[in-house]
Unconditional design. Structure first.
Length: 107
């Protein structure tokens, strides 16, 4: 059982780690791209992530999921990691952070 403070710290580490996962075709991390829909850390430190892809047939899908899983499992205190690919709602460029839009020339 983790404390609320530990949970908050772990969630911050999760976001920091997700910011190190990049689509090989796009120079922006998956968190800033808006591909992470849900981060759920339960009281036993089991992590569940819902993420999407920029396109349903994204050739980097397996790479992105595995890269994220390996990095998230490396966080001290995380017991397990489950990543689900979802397509609802459908991703669009409005879900990107302002930084990501600027980096990709959408601003």
């Amino acid at each position: 059982m983790i404390t609320p403070q530990q949970k908050l710290e772990l969630e911050e580490k999760v976001v920091t780690m997700l910011r190190t996962v990049y689509d090989p075709e796009i120079p922006v991390d998956i968190y800033s791209l808006g591909l992470i829909y849900k981060i759920d850390l339960d009281d036993d430190a089991n992590l569940k992530i819902d993420m999407t892809l920029t396109a349903p047939n994204c050739p980097a899908a397996d790479f992105l999921v595995e890269d994220a899983r390996i990095k998230l499992e490396s966080i001290d205190g995380i017991k397990s990691v489950e990543i689900s690919i979802v397509f609802e709602p459908e991703w669009n460029k409005d879900m990107m952070s302002e930084e990501a839009k600027l980096e990709l020339g959408f601003l």
